[in-house]
Design a protein. Structure first.
Length: 255
């Protein structure tokens, strides 16, 4: 049963597996702790691996905006979008994934894979998110780091044209954009693992498929185990949050 689920989500963690298979597992007399033991005995537990690649250049001449969401109560979809860029390539073939994610539902609204850190990749991701916006009459905040891509005239022009308010981190602390960092980690740890030899064309196909599965099928802890698509269609469920100081522990234990 686990292998069947992992055909689509090959590195889905044990807690998510238990949630998806709970009814069948209870019939077999398998609880969550026993499931952990079974996976451990069969060498099927997921061990996170970490890499680090700098994608932010905040030393530039463009205007930087204040942080509008630091104390904001996020309680409905398309209240806040978070944007980030993560490295998905390798030394011989660098590739970068630009994402725009809804902070409430964790649904990835826009994305783009490119071979450089130029502004065009982030712009295409934002244009996709705007095109598929589901609540266009609501006030929306766009939150990101202070990278050159997001501060550029072209990017800010697109934000202003669509009456979106701009918010940015005010330090180099990655926890100030914790939702974006979290989604980056999920995609890279669970869907884009061991993809070092892919070319750009193949990576684009894999990213598209991965995001569709992530949005449609993957239960999310902070969404009370709803999928991002399910979470995005309502505003009654209160999102679970975690303290900044516990983020690293959460990433390791809850993937």
């Amino acid at each position: 049963m686990i292998n069947q689920v992992r055909i689509e989500m090959p590195r889905l963690g044990t807690r998510k597996l238990y949630y998806l298979l709970q009814e069948e597992l209870e019939t077999l007399g398998v609880g969550r702790d026993k499931l952990f033991s079974i996976l451990k005995a069969n060498h099927m537990l997921i061990i996170p691996k970490r890499g680090y690649h700098i994608t932010t250049n905040s030393h530039h001449r463009f205007r930087k905006h204040k942080n509008r969401i630091e104390h904001l109560n996020i309680n409905h979809p398309e209240q806040v979008w978070v944007a980030d860029i993560t490295y998905v390539g390798h030394r011989k073939n660098p590739m970068y994934l630009a994402l725009v994610t809804d902070a409430y539902s964790k649904k990835i609204k826009g994305y783009n894979v490119s071979s450089s850190l130029e502004t065009q990749g982030s712009l295409k991701a934002l244009k996709m998110a705007i095109k598929f916006r589901e609540y266009p009459n609501q006030e929306l905040i766009h939150h990101s780091d202070r990278g050159l891509q997001y501060c550029s005239n072209e990017y800010q022009k697109l934000i202003n044209k669509n009456s979106i308010k701009c918010s940015m981190t005010e330090s180099y602390d990655p926890y100030q954009n914790a939702v974006a960092e979290r989604i980056n980690g999920i995609l890279k740890q669970e869907f884009l693992f061991n993809t070092r030899n892919l070319d750009l064309k193949t990576m684009k196909i894999l990213v598209k498929q991965s995001i569709e599965i992530y949005n449609q099928n993957r239960p999310h802890w902070s969404c009370n185990m709803l999928t991002p698509n399910q979470m995005h269609q309502q505003n009654k469920v209160k999102i679970k949050t975690y303290k900044n100081k516990n983020l690293r522990k959460f990433q390791l234990s809850e993937i």
